[in-house]
Design a protein around this ligand. Sequence first.
Ligand SMILES: [Mn+2]
Length: 389
Amino acid sequence: MRFFHLSDLHIGKQLHYYNLKEDQEHILREVVSYAEKLRPDAVVIAGDIYDKSVPSAEAVAVFDEFLTALSEVKPSIPVLMIAGNHDSAQRLDYACEILKKQNIYIAGNVPQDETKFLKKLTLEDENGMVHFYFLPFLKPGYVRGVFPEKIPESYQAAVEQMIEREHIDWDARNVLISHQFYTGSGQEAATCDSESFSVGGLDRIDSRGIRKFDYAALGHLHGAQEAGAAHVRYCGTLLKYSVSEWNQEKSLHMVTLGKKGDAVQVETFPLHPLRDVRKVRGGLEEILESARPENRDDYISVTLTDEVDPYRPKEQLERVYTHILEVRMDNTRTRQKLEALDDEAELSNPMTVFGEFYVEMQGREMTPEEQKILIQVFERIGKREENAI
Ligand SMILES: [Mn+2]
């Protein structure tokens, strides 16, 4: 049994105000052409289909086009998907009964009461059956209806209890599709700037509880990685969704399940984005000269190291690059400024702190008029806090 493992499509996402529609269409078309060539038995999408819980009409059209193109590959390939934390469970579930007839299987919501269980799809190959379990993104509170006596106390408990009540036959081959923050016992996960997590790490789950599956197709982390075992994996995004990912290699993952107990094989296939995300660093002249025409349309993060701030650097850079994400300065002056800010980071009274911030931003002191306004603002905040107590 061979299947594509995808996740975190984040359709509709923007990168620093650039609309990624063309980039996403392009990369999804590449996935379809891989499907035509490799003929997987299924395509699994482990959550975060859309970037927003209320996706734009444009985003929905992009995904629709992808599903339609996939459905034209014959013989038909089942598509299995779950909701991630960015998706609206209800919206994703819309029309899911009708879509089953099109070989598209969706789980948006987690089971809502004691009588309901995880969605499960069984596919068959020469080695027997493979059961795919759909576990949409959940927080402990989402499953209160399933455990009315006692709501699970943590993300970890919620996931483990949800799996336990399925009474899975571990002698059969089982695949989990899940969108949570799993880590290998005691290991640090590689995270990047395009993900969102809960503060304090409450959402972290030790992957021990899901290692019994023959494969866990995970979504949530945007960099491809294992979570504690080779068969418990994040495939990562198809595209780089933040500058922090510039160095990552994004690829299409195809999983091959052999007989029960055989080691799972994961092959990766290169992806060719319409525009890459790249970082360039150096003096302005140097960057302008070394820009290559084939990189012209890439998404570029520029760090200028000139000791003398160049004149209108962005305008000059726009002559060689069409999609500039940001232009930063890194020279003696900016470094000293940062050090000075670090030193001064003690919290004196809010008026002084804001005053310093104002000078930093505006390059001048506040006028007496402006100070008055600020004093009024602080007074009002003070009153509100008193009321709140
Ligand atoms: Mn995501």
